[in-house]
Design a protein around this ligand. Structure first.
Ligand SMILES: Cc1cc2nc3c(=O)[nH]c(=O)nc-3n(C[C@H](O)[C@H](O)[C@H](O)COP(=O)(O)O)c2cc1C
Length: 397
């Protein structure tokens, strides 16, 4: 990420999360309510634990915006952790750890053990507080600003859940290709509304019921489940990313962004894994042209990216999330102090977070696409960029 940079900071039970976003041009209309709506979406989903009932996430804009518009200066955001009031002693910035509980039993699948060895911590809380996906609240907040930027160029982003444990949805965003019969599909503007209304972000009602039952079963068994979600961006212009250098390829940038989300273990661009097992003639998207539409495709197996460059079709990624690592029926572990075999530490936990991860995936896609968009059409102000986009559209064939 070169044109748009961001950093997040904050511990899960610390006082607040902080984010700084740099590179947003001046003149973009943004307000706290818009960001809050995205944060609210991240907090939803069947299978979440008690933490989401405590938090009502709200990002306060501390800098970079004046009278409702970006200034071009770094935008800093602060999200208070409401749970902090219950953790002030345990997470105190100053004073001593004397008398405070210490976590010494690492949970398999978490950063607990490698993090403690790497940073030489005797209390695993010093690792798990930052490794927690609470951090993604800050990413969704900065991602909301990137999303607002893309929306001003009519680019929209949507997500839905394809699979939780084994139940699978029949709906796929791959089915959206430029020449497809749109009337047979859920209208693009409706995808997120319908997914937001589903407890599991699933657009196939029969599959959604099975997913809910599977989450209930996991809870009953004191186990956890993972799954697969899809994220797509619509109306992405041809030409974002580049084939000329490895780190400029749009598919590589999107994959890295998705893999950076906690518990994500696999990313597929378009039908990536499926096409590995079919003939080449059934793997690609044939090219057509007519005067009204210009170049178009009848399929979108490539997920809108060829040679690391957006090709004008919807940009679609599929993302696999592992089952959450904290089990209420703990896995085997070893106490780092005594080296005795014991059961893993239990920390308050979700049973399933795939729906929330999909919303985080949208934020990550927004950040990558906004960065690539600025790379192509860059400028310091919205006005400058709008003029460049306009000129490019007129010149495009
Ligand atoms: C939205 C979201 C919520 C999560 N909630 C939990 C949770 O409640 N309990 C848990 O053990 N892991 C949870 N995780 C996953 C852990 O953060 C993740 O498994 C851990 O950081 C180790 O994963 P890694 O190997 O990908 O780093 C969540 C992940 C996401 C994206």
């Amino acid at each position: 990420m070169s044109n748009l940079r961001y950093l997040t900071a904050g511990e899960s039970h610390g006082e607040a999360l902080t984010a700084i976003l740099e590179g947003m041009p001046s003149g973009l209309a943004i307000d706290e309510a818009y960001i809050a709506a995205q944060l609210h979406r991240r907090q939803q989903g069947y299978g979440r634990g008690g933490r989401m009932r405590i938090e009502k996430d709200f990002a306060k804009i501390n800098s970079g915006v004046r009278f409702g518009k970006t200034l071009g200066s770094p935008i800093s955001l602060r999200i208070d952790n409401l749970d902090w009031k219950n953790w002030q002693q345990k997470m105190s910035v100053d004073g001593s750890c004397e008398g405070q509980p210490v976590v010494t039993v690492p949970r398999p699948g978490h950063a607990d053990l490698p993090g403690a060895i790497k940073y030489q911590h005797e209390d695993l809380r010093n690792v798990l507080e930052r490794a927690s996906a609470r951090e993604t609240t800050a990413r969704v907040a900065v991602g909301a600003i990137a999303r607002r930027f893309l929306e001003s160029f009519d680019i929209s982003i949507a997500s839905h859940v394809m699979q939780i444990h084994d139940p699978e949805s029949k709906f796929s965003l791959i089915d959206y290709a430029s020449s497809n019969d749109a009337s047979a599909l859920i209208p693009i503007q409706e995808i997120n509304n319908r997914a937001d209304a589903s407890p599991v972000r699933c657009l196939d009602e029969a599959a959604a019921q099975k997913m809910i039952a599977r989450i209930d079963e996991a809870k009953e068994k004191k186990d956890t489940v993972g799954g697969i979600f899809e994220v797509a961006a619509f109306n992405v212009p041809i030409g974002l990313g580049s084939h000329v250098q490895w780190d400029r390829r749009l598919d590589a940038r999107l994959s890295a962004a998705m893999m950076s989300i906690q518990a994500i273990k696999g990313v597929e661009v378009g039908q990536g894994f499926h096409v590995a097992g079919v003939w080449g003639s059934a793997a690609h998207d044939e090219i057509y042209f007519d005067d009204a539409r210009g170049f178009f495709r009848k399929t979108n197996r490539a997920g809108g990216i060829e040679g690391g460059i957006s090709n004008g079709e919807p940009v679609v990624v599929r993302v696999a999330m592992k089952p959450l690592s904290t089990l209420m029926r703990p896995l085997a572990s070893v106490d780092i102090k005594t080296k005795e075999a014991v059961e893993a530490h239990i920390e308050r936990s979700d049973v399933c977070a795939v729906p929330a991860a999909a919303v985080i995936g949208e934020a990550m896609m927004a950040l990558v696409l906004a960065d690539a968009f600025l790379e192509k059409f860059g400028g310091d102000s919205m006005k400058e960029i709008e003029e460049r986009v306009e000129r490019w559209r007129e010149a495009s064939f």
